[in-house]
Ligand binder design. Structure first.
Ligand code: FAD
Length: 371
């Protein structure tokens, strides 16, 4: 179960630390998340987690983002990964169940040992489209898959222990392979080069670097062939990504509401902002509560709408709140200014806004939800 008071205490501590060192990767924050068994909170308690649902994970990311957006973004990657590995084994095809259970044992043991799993999927020029992935995986005579290709924006960079990375693989090398598969790649291996080229507009301390794979050996694939199409894991992360700009708006609302503003007009505007925030949060949590593996095309479309709407409206709300904050916040490292810059990562996170809008136009009119 999600313990909100405990998470709030952590959030306050993280915000204090962030204020002392604005651009450094928040090692101590991540260590605190590990110590509280929060990186893998969706795992069952017997496996070292807290048995969180997808909606609890989204609530937690939103709450933490209101204090420390960078830490929330870093956390979203392993949290979503743990959410996927917590799915009911009934969803796994019978022939893959033994291997799946062995993977769950391995991954949960590594979380308990403090290892950090991170996402290394995006590629320059792919526009956030998984199908446009150029990275390839080839199976060697030794049975090991090796990845070659360039990735961008891999949050946690060299602080990660294992990347989960999309790559194309032929059906000859992997019978039943989908458009892409997720490969698990240990980060400190010959063939993996993590650059230090992150200089973000917001999310400054996330170390979201370029990664180059040159015959980088993978431990194997996540799950079983065609996992992305059969299980639809990405929607779990999309809900978490939407929670981040929403959390930024919550943090700004909190900062601006600590004392009642004297001007009635300002109180009206803040009240209006609060209603917008609450409506966005309700939309996101309703979508996240409906998450299930292999959720189907209707659910995928709903998540796409939710992530798009909550992302764009939360950043717009942050812009409104920043304007209401006044000139004293107009400094690069003011907490309100940082929340504003951090919030815009939400529209860039997968699926980025232009790609999402394109996809929704294609889907327009296909819904029977109003029946
Ligand atoms: C702070 C931050 C942290 C991130 N962390 C991670 C991470 O940990 N792991 C990870 O894998 N990714 C991460 N990302 C990447 C993110 O999830 C997006 O997938 C990535 O930004 C790609 O989108 P883009 O718009 O930048 O793509 P670009 O490839 O730069 O494309 C730019 C634009 O071109 C257009 N375009 C190009 N190709 C297409 C196409 N095929 N279809 C439609 N439109 C197209 C779109 O308008 C697109 O937005 C992070 C991003 C940010 C901002």
């Amino acid at each position: 179960m999600l313990d909100e008071p405990a998470l709030r205490t952590l959030g306050l501590r993280f915000a204090e630390r962030d204020a002392k060192d604005l651009d450094a990767y928040p090692v101590a924050n991540v260590d605190d998340l590990k110590a509280a068994a929060l990186l893998g909170a969706p795992f069952a308690p017997s496996l070292g987690g807290h048995g969180w649902t997808a909606a609890e994970a989204a609530r937690a990311i939103e709450l933490l983002a209101s204090y420390s957006p960078s830490t929330a973004l870093i956390w979203a990657m392993p949290l979503g990964f743990a959410g996927i590995y917590s799915m009911d084994v009934e969803v796994v095809p019978p022939e893959a169940r033994t291997a799946w259970s062995a993977q769950v044992d391995e991954v949960t043991a590594r979380y308990r040992a403090g290892q950090l799993y991170a996402a290394c999927n995006s590629e320059r020029g792919a526009g956030g489209s998984v199908a446009a992935t150029q990275t390839t995986a080839r199976r060697g005579a030794d049975g090991v898959f090796r990845l070659t290709g360039d990735k961008i924006l891999a949050t946690s960079g060299s602080y990660a222990d294992v990347f989960f990375s999309t790559a194309k693989v032929t059906p000859q090398d992997l019978p039943g392979a989908g458009v892409v598969e997720f490969f698990l790649v240990p980060t400190r291996t010959p063939g993996v080069e993590v650059l230090t080229d992150w200089d973000g507009f917001g999310m400054r301390s996330t170390e979201s670097h370029t990664v180059r794979y040159q015959d980088a050996p993978a431990e194997g694939i996540l799950g079983f062939p065609d996992f992305l199409a059969r299980i639809q894991p990405l929607e779990y992360w999309f809900n978490l990504f939407a929670a981040i700009p929403l959390g930024c708006a919550r943090g700004m609302l909190r900062a601006l509401s600590t004392s009642t503003p004297a001007a009635p007009a300002l109180r009206v505007r803040l009240n209006d902002a609060r209603m917008r925030y609450e409506a966005l949060r309700a939309y996101l949590l309703e979508t996240a509560a409906a998450w299930r593996p292999a959720g189907g095309p209707e659910y995928a479309a709903r998540v796409l709408r939710t992530k798009t709407y909550v992302g764009q409206e939360a950043t717009a709300l942050c812009a409104t709140l920043f304007a209401l904050g006044g000139g004293r916040h107009y400094r690069r490292n003011d907490p309100l200014a940082r929340l504003l810059a951090d919030s815009f990562a939400g529209t860039a996170l997968r699926p980025p806004l232009p790609l999402a809008l394109d996809a929704m136009l294609d889907q327009f009119g296909s819904s029977e939800e109003y029946a």
